[in-house]
Structures are given as structure tokens and as C-alpha cells.
Design a protein around this ligand. Structure first.
Ligand code: ATP
Ligand code: MG
Length: 475
């Protein structure tokens, strides 16, 4: 226990009300865990966890009465917790508890306990801190495991025997890596050793929980920190085995390809610097995932990864499904970026034709800006001149994209002549002819043969109809 008073950290107005209500009920209440850690680190935090030595539900209801008779309190009887929202915070109350575990589950047997029991069940010393909210103790920091020192030293360490902590709840191994990546902390050697030894226990954790932590790693300032730690500890291979295959360099006739694992980490880190779009980060993570599967050595061209963008976008689907991730428009977006990730580079290599730029805009649609971010991040080389040259070329592509987009508005292209109008004009039912005419119009626009407007498209439709021997039905 330190003598310093921490009342100044209790800025949120709910604390005053908790003090009043807890004093009236004659119970001791504490704010605990991650929120205290975040206050000390000056990180924003909107989840306030309150532990009471007594009934969490009763205290929550008493505090709610102090606020307003109408404030809605969510009570979770089975868990003995209660929660409400107040002044932008999600405030949760729970009775202090003691936990014990069975080896085959991460769901503990729970009984009432003391504040110390409650601190014992927490995962890392930095997450055990509690500040008393009422009575004569108010403002006292209860730091039973040296959590403050560990915050200062940027150390992640379990409060109790790490082997027991991780074996009880293996999700904590993912959380350790996540905190290291998120906060830029290091993992204490003994804690890290225990994670390695218990890594196989991750098998009892649901994919959803694993992905939740992994996503937080991807969203951290430098995701490679967390990913490398997951890899070193033997956790990564358990839920993302495909990623492991990216490692290493093969050499034939003194020609090697780049290490796609290290390259991918670099690309992900670069995206993290410019975007907090989780799905763009996933696209970066998986953009070269099919390189190992498509790798071939060719005497003339050296190492080739023919079709890796196509195979990779398929693999992304399989990976999302294996991780129980949403198979929806997010996946489609990731697959689209993987599929298109070579296209802007191809544009650079040829002389940039308007038609190729139009096709890229058409295919990428609204995701063109994200695609360009991915492609720019994809430029990794030890040669700074080469990087400069590539980025200058991409700048040219961007200019051209902007120019063509302004002229042709292809980003969210809608056919200027609809299928309905084609059918009306020629008295057709839905049929092959309608498709042929629509395709001809689209191709002509993309090739720049006609302008992207109704008049030009209508005229072409008439010509195409004539070619097919169709008669006008609308005159
Ligand atoms: P974040 O809010 O950024 O996810 P956090 O540490 O606040 O991080 P929460 O899930 O909000 O994490 O949990 C709040 C507190 O509950 C933690 O700080 C920790 O004390 C405790 N806790 C959460 N999950 C676990 C766990 N799996 N094992 C032990 N204690 C946990
Ligand atoms: Mg939290």
C-alpha cells in the first residue's frame, strides 16, 4: 500500500455518487483493474469497473437511485453483476470474488471473497490496482503486487504463479501479447517462459476470443511487436498456421526471394501508421498469404508467385471461416484488396494508359484509396532509392486516378443505360442479348471509345442492337 492519495484520479462524477451510496450501505467499494491502469497511463478509458465487498447489484441500484429513479440498471443475476451508463461511462459493479478453475474450462467456480481474493484472480500486476472509493480509506491505492512499479518499468507480469495463471485461463496469454503491443510494454522473462510452456492450452479458447485479442494487436501502434511475440511463444501457429509458411528465404542458383513473413510484418506496421481500419490491416496481413503456395523457380525469371493475388483472396475466405470471423462485406473487402494489390504496380510498369486506369477505378470502386495505401505500404526494400522511385511512380498513378475520376466518374459506376431500358427499347425479355449489349457499353466506356454518359451509351445500344438484328419497339 502506498501512502500517496489518488483521489485526483477519480474525476468522473459517478465516483462521488458511489461514495455516498457505499457509505449509506456501509460497504467498501473500489475502482479496479484496467481503468486504474489507464488513468495512471493517461489513456482514455470509458469502462469503469467497481468491486464492492458485498453485493455489487445492491450497490449499483443504490448508486442509480442517487442519479435518477429512471436510470436503467442492467442486472446479470447469474454473474452477480450490474451495469449502467452514466456520463459517457459504462459503469459495472461486482461483488469481490474468489475463483477456482477446472483444467478443461476457462469458466471458474466463483465464490464471495475479499478485495485481496479479487486482486489475486486478475491476470497481470498492472491490472490488479484498486483505489478505495469511500470511507476513511478513500483515495488509497491498493497495490498488492507492485503494479505501479511494473507500470513504470513497462513490465507485464502475473501476480501469482504464471503457470497457474495461464493454465487457468489461457486467453490471458493472448492478453499478455496484446498489452505488450498496445502499451509498448515488455513481458517479464518468467511470465514469457510460462506462456511458451502453456501455449498448447490455447486450444480450449474459442476462436472468437482469440480474434478479439488479435484484432487489438493489429490495431496497436506497431502490430509486428505483438505478432512477433505470438510467434515466438508458439501461439500464432495455433490459430494462423498459414502465416508461419511465409517465413524464410529459399535460394536456387544464388537467387533468393524476400522473406515474406518479415515483409508482411513491415507492410502491416506501415498501414498501422496511416490507418486504423481493421480490415485494411487484415488485407495487409494476408496480401501475400498465397506466396508459399504459388512459389515457383524459373530459370529465366527467377522466383515467381504467379496468381498469388487470386489464390490469396480465396485463402482469406478460408482463414476467416476457420477463425469464425464474419463472412460478409468485410471479408469481401479484404478479398478484393488482396485480389487487386498488384494492379497499381502493373500500371506503373507500363506506360499508364487511361484505359487501364479506368479499369482499375471500375474494379476498385470506393476502395481505391485503401488499395493505394496498401500498395504504397507494400513497397519494402533495403534500397532507399528504389523505394523513392516506386513511391514517385505511385504518386503519378494517384494523379492519373484523380484526373480520370474527375472526367469519367467511374468510382461507383452505374451503367448509364439500364437493362430495363434495353429491354423496353427492343421489346426483349431478360435474355442473353441484354447482357451482350450491357457488356459492350461497359467495355466501350472503360476503353474510352465512348463517353460515360446517357447519350453516348444510348447511341451505342442502338448500334449494338442493330448488330444483333434487334428491332426498336419504342417508336
Ligand atoms: P481493455 O479494456 O483494453 O480490453 P482491460 O484490462 O480493461 O483492457 P477488460 O476486459 O476490460 O480488460 O477487463 C477489466 C479487468 O478485468 C482487467 O484489467 C483485469 O483486471 C480483469 N480481467 C479481464 N480479463 C481477465 C482475464 N481473462 N483474467 C484475469 N483477469 C481479467
Ligand atoms: Mg477495460
Amino acid at each position: 500500500m502506498t501512502m500517496e492519495n489518488f483521489t485526483h484520479l477519480l474525476q468522473h462524477p459517478v465516483y462521488q455518487l458511489i461514495e455516498t451510496a457505499a457509505d449509506k450501505l456501509g460497504v467498501s467499494a473500489y475502482v479496479v483493474g484496467g481503468v486504474v491502469r489507464d488513468y495512471i497511463l493517461h489513456r482514455p478509458s470509458t469502462d469503469i469497473d467497481v468491486v464492492v465487498v458485498g453485493s455489487g447489484v445492491e450497490l449499483a441500484q443504490a448508486v442509480a437511485r442517487e442519479i435518477s429513479p429512471n436510470l436503467h440498471v442492467n442486472v446479470f443475476k447469474n454473474f452477480g453483476t450490474a451495469q449502467f451508463f452514466y456520463h459517457g461511462a459504462d459503469v459495472e459493479f461486482v461483488g469481490a470474488r474468489k475463483e477456482s478453475y477446472n483444467p478443461d474450462s476457462r469458466k471458474p467456480v466463483v465464490e464471495n471473497g475479499t478485495l485481496e481474493d479479487d486482486q489475486n484472480r486478475r491476470d497481470f500486476t498492472i491490472n490488479t490496482l484498486a483505489i478505495a472509493l469511500n470511507g476513511s480509506e478513500k483515495g488509497t491505492l491498493i497495490d498488492s503486487f507492485g503494479g505501479i512499479q511494473d507500470i513504470q518499468d513497462k513490465r507485464i507480469r502475473t501476480p501469482l504463479d504464471p503457470d497457474i495463471t495461464f493454465s487457468d485461463d489461457p486467453l490471458r496469454m493472448m492478453r499478455a501479447m496484446r498489452f505488450a503491443s498496445q502499451l509498448g510494454f515488455h513481458i517479464d522473462p518468467e511470465t514469457f517462459r510460462a506462456i511458451k510452456d502453456n501455449a498448447h492450452r490455447l486450444e480450449i479458447i474459442s476462436k472468437e476470443r482469440i480474434v478479439e485479442e488479435f484484432n487489438k494487436i493489429l490495431l496497436s501502434p506497431k502490430p509486428s511487436v505483438g505478432i512477433q511475440l505470438l510467434d515466438e511463444a508458439g501461439l500464432l501457429v495455433q490459430f494462423l498456421p498459414q502465416f508461419d509458411k511465409l517465413k524464410g528465404v529459399e535460394v536456387i542458383n544464388k537467387r533468393g526471394h524476400k522473406d515474406n513473413y518479415l515483409h508482411t510484418l513491415e507492410v502491416v506496421d506501415k498501414i498501422a501508421m496511416v490507418s486504423s481500419n481493421l480490415w485494411l490491416l487484415w488485407a495487409a496481413l494476408l496480401h501475400d498469404i498465397a506466396k508459399p503456395a504459388t512459389k515457383k523457380y524459373d530459370e529465366e525469371h527467377g522466383w515467381m508467385f504467379h496468381g498469388h493475388e487470386y489464390v490469396g483472396s480465396k485463402m482469406a475466405g478460408a482463414i476467416f471461416r476457420s477463425l469464425k470471423m464474419p463472412v460478409n462485406e468485410k471479408l469481401k473487402y479484404v478479398q478484393k484488396l488482396i485480389l487487386l494489390h498488384l494492379r497499381p504496380i502493373a500500371l506503373v510498369e507500363d506506360t499508364i494508359t487511361d484505359s487501364a486506369v479506368r479499369r482499375l477505378l471500375f474494379d476498385a470502386g470506393d476502395d481505391i484509396d485503401d488499395l493505394m495505401l496498401l500498395c504504397e505500404a507494400d513497397v519494402t526494400s533495403k534500397n532507399p532509392e528504389k523505394i523513392k522511385r516506386c513511391l514517385a511512380n505511385f504518386a503519378k498513378v494517384r494523379e492519373k486516378l484523380a484526373e480520370i475520376e474527375e472526367k469519367d466518374r467511374l468510382r461507383n459506376w452505374q451503367p448509364p443505360v439500364s437493362g430495363d431500358l434495353i429491354m423496353q427499347t427492343f421489346g426483349l425479355h431478360p435474355s442473353e442479348e441484354v447482357g451482350i449489349i450491357k457488356t459492350a457499353i461497359r467495355e466501350a466506356i472503360l476503353d474510352g471509345v465512348i463517353d460515360n454518359n446517357f447519350e453516348a451509351a444510348f447511341e451505342l445500344m442502338l448500334k449494338e442492337g442493330e448488330k444483333l438484328g434487334l428491332k426498336r419497339n419504342d417508336l
